[in-house]
Design a protein around this ligand. Structure first.
Ligand SMILES: Nc1nc2c(ncn2[C@@H]2O[C@H](COP(=O)(O)OP(=O)(O)OP(=O)(O)O)[C@@H](O)[C@H]2O)c(=O)[nH]1
Ligand SMILES: [Mg+2]
Length: 297
């Protein structure tokens, strides 16, 4: 049999469960997942290798109307991922009513885009654990009418329900091709990226309101020593008041953040980690071209 390889590009609204689905299929926690919308900000490739195939998942930020430059960059990433997919996987949250309304903006937009691509489109209705069967049937009918060319898979990424069926279909649809990446690779992103994301995940979980949307993490130094990895990271916020919140009374909050992020890193890296965090204020980083570039957008 010929070797198969290709890109499975995952698209959808924020919080639909795109990253959860990618991780479930990879069997590895590559993308961070939180209950907050707009968790993913970059395009993250997750690569699954076997002797027979190389499946490259592309996790993307959720589709939003841009409010600041960071959003624009995030949407550029989505546009980019519309160009190179061998298969498109649209993820829709079953509990999100808006997605199934006749004038749903997301569906309209994606619909128009996917009409133009000449590759298979699969739709995962995710979080079906949150709705009942009659409702699901109604949703399937709505999507079938809207995307007659698409295949529809009701799933739960969180409970890994019906994932294998979808996965087997993806393997069948992969084009014949030599691998695009080294067979040892699991992502296109370096370890520093994942480490920064782990800190951001813990921030999104630990702090509320505008903090998740105001924060960025940069790894200043990453040193591998024989028995420990020493990591120093900067947490950027846009206001002084946010800096105080991140640090917390007597440094309590940042200590908790550091501990949780370190535990996550040690699990991922399989090594002891020493983590040092600093908090800095960078007003308007979300709208500043050179700051955004520096942060990898
Ligand atoms: N009940 C339920 N929750 C789910 C399911 N899949 C994902 N979630 C939850 O939905 C939330 C968002 O999941 P993510 O995977 O981060 O969603 P995303 O589409 O990547 O979100 P962005 O990166 O913000 O665009 C998390 O709290 C997940 O645990 C599911 O099948 N059922
Ligand atoms: Mg995500």
């Amino acid at each position: 049999m010929q070797h198969k390889a290709g890109y499975v590009n995952i698209l959808g609204k924020p919080n639909a469960g795109k990253s959860s689905l990618m991780n479930a299929m990879l069997g590895e926690k590559l993308s961070i997942i939180t209950s907050k919308a707009q968790t993913t900000r970059h395009r993250i490739l997750g690569i699954l290798n076997t002797d027979e195939y190389q499946m490259i998942f592309s996790d993307t930020p959720g589709i939003v109307k841009p409010l600041y430059k960071l959003h624009e960059k995030m949407m550029d990433v989505v546009q980019e991922s519309l160009k190179d997919g061998d298969i498109f996987l649209l993820v829709i949250d079953a509990a999100d009513k808006e997605s199934f309304e006749p004038d749903s903006e997301l569906l309209e937009k994606v619909h128009a885009k996917l009409q133009k691509v000449n590759v298979p489109v699969l739709i995962a209705i995710n979080k079906i654990d949150l709705i009942d069967q009659p409702k699901l049937e109604g949703q399937v009918d709505i999507l079938k009418a809207k995307f007659p060319q698409a295949e529809i898979y009701p799933i739960s990424a969180l409970h890994t329900f019906n994932i294998d069926q979808l996965f087997q279909r993806l393997i069948a649809l992969l084009p014949e091709s030599p691998p695009y990446f080294d067979k040892e690779d699991i992502s296109d992103k370096p370890m520093r990226f994942f480490v920064a994301e782990m800190i951001r995940e813990k921030i999104l979980e630990q702090y509320e309101r505008e903090i998740p949307y105001s924060v960025e993490v940069a790894i200043n130094s990453y040193k591998e020593e024989p028995t420990i990895i020493r990591i120093q990271a900067d947490i950027f916020v846009i206001r002084d008041s946010q800096k105080s919140i991140i640090i917390g009374q007597g440094g309590k909050a940042i200590k908790k953040l550091g501990t949780e992020a370190r535990i996550e890193m040690e699990k991922f890296l399989g090594q002891k980690v020493f983590l040092e965090l600093f908090v800095k204020v960078k007003k308007d980083w979300r709208d500043n071209e050179s700051n955004l570039k520096h942060f990898g957008y």
